[in-house]
Design a protein around this ligand. Structure first.
Ligand SMILES: Nc1ncnc2c1ncn2[C@@H]1O[C@H](COP(=O)(O)OP(=O)(O)OP(=O)(O)O)[C@@H](O)[C@H]1O
Ligand SMILES: [Mg+2]
Length: 319
């Protein structure tokens, strides 16, 4: 897992602390933030690494099927149960069950899962024999489970059981300093996979990356990079290689949390960058009427024009 930001370091240290424990972990975070990667790091970094890691996507499997997937069933338990079958809890003996998208699980199953978490034993569907299996549960969701509980869609008791060890996967826009690291990592990986030899990024591509809100987080960055690496014509990736929606998004101001990296940064550059963004925002809000934008910012019109020239601010999207 790539990252050096304070937020991702907190995740790494949490992984270190809890990977050997048997307690359930709940990983929460927006889509594409690396929840599955965290789950795997917990499993393969811990004492259970030699036993199976069994992922179950609770959102993708229909409710009745999900129950028999997890618990298994005996022959004749239902119409299509031609032979008996082990469930994933049983198969994961000694290892980890990863309950992905647990927020999508039906209330009926939530009750059963709570019981399994507490007792570590269960019966197959249609069976009477109690089965013991020693597995650890890691769950993940991109819903705000807290809200789901308040809305009555997720059981409170299960929620408390799951959140004994919570890990939150931070959105990419809150760890801007990781963007260049991830971009370099994906570039190397993609050069290799696509047999290309792109040397790097132009400065403005990287600053577009760092200004963008990344609603799809690391996965979106990976996808954007793949597209750029395949289509790029030059040795370096330039603004021309960026997808269209990026250029539009460049004008949107992203709420940003600056982190000061351990090696330090150039205050004047960061401040200039921030100034530029605010000017673009003011222009956007006033439909590029410069008098009004200057008023919004409490600067003279000539000062605004000078700054626009210095920062090379031009209207990019025609309304
Ligand atoms: N820190 C990281 N370093 C390297 N690759 C990462 C990192 N975080 C995420 N990725 C990559 O980004 C992609 C998305 O990660 P992952 O599938 O773990 O996200 P997710 O949170 O489970 O997403 P979703 O909610 O959509 O299921 C994967 O290809 C993963 O390898
Ligand atoms: Mg996932």
């Amino acid at each position: 897992m790539i990252g050096e930001s304070e937020k991702i370091k907190k995740v790494f240290s949490m992984i270190d602390k809890v990977c050997d424990s048997d307690t359930t972990v709940l990983i929460q975070g927006e889509s594409g933030t690396g929840k599955e990667l965290i789950a795997k790091a917990l499993h393969y970094g811990g004492v259970r690494k030699k036993a199976p890691f069994i992922p179950v996507n609770c959102g993708a499997i229909p409710a009745d099927l999900l129950e028999s997937e997890l618990f298994g069933h005996e022959k004749g338990a239902f119409t299509h149960a031609i032979r008996s079958r082990q469930g994933r809890f049983e198969l994961a003996d000694g290892g980890t069950v990863f309950l992905d998208e647990i927020g999508e699980m039906s209330p009926m199953l939530q009750v059963k899962i709570l019981r399994v978490l507490q007792e570590k034993e269960f019966e197959r569907i249609g069976g009477t024999k109690t089965i013991k299996s020693d597995f650890r549960v890691i769950a993940a969701t991109n819903r705000i489970l807290d809200d789901e509980v308040k809305k009555g869609r997720f059981r409170e008791d299960l929620y408390y059981r799951l959140t004994v060890l919570p890990i939150s996967a931070p959105p990419l826009r809150e760890r801007v300093t990781d963007i260049p690291l991830l971009a370099d990592y994906f570039l190397a990986k993609l050069n290799n996979a696509k047999k290309r030899s792109i040397k790097g990024f132009s400065q403005d591509v990287m600053s577009s990356f760092m200004n963008y809100a990344w609603p799809g987080n690391v996965r979106e960055l990976e996808n954007v990079m793949e597209r750029m690496v395949i289509l790029a014509e030059g040795e370096f990736l330039t603004l021309e290689d960026l997808p269209e929606h990026f250029l539009e998004a460049r004008d949107a101001v992203v709420s940003e949390i600056y982190e000061i990296p351990a090696q330090g940064f150039y205050l004047s550059k960061v401040v200039a960058h921030f100034e530029k963004k605010l000017i673009i925002q003011a222009l956007g809000q006033t439909k590029w009427v410069k008098n009004q934008a200057a008023k919004l910012l409490n600067v003279n019109r000539t000062t605004l024009l000078e700054k626009m020239k210095r920062f090379k601010i031009v209207k990019m999207v025609e309304e």
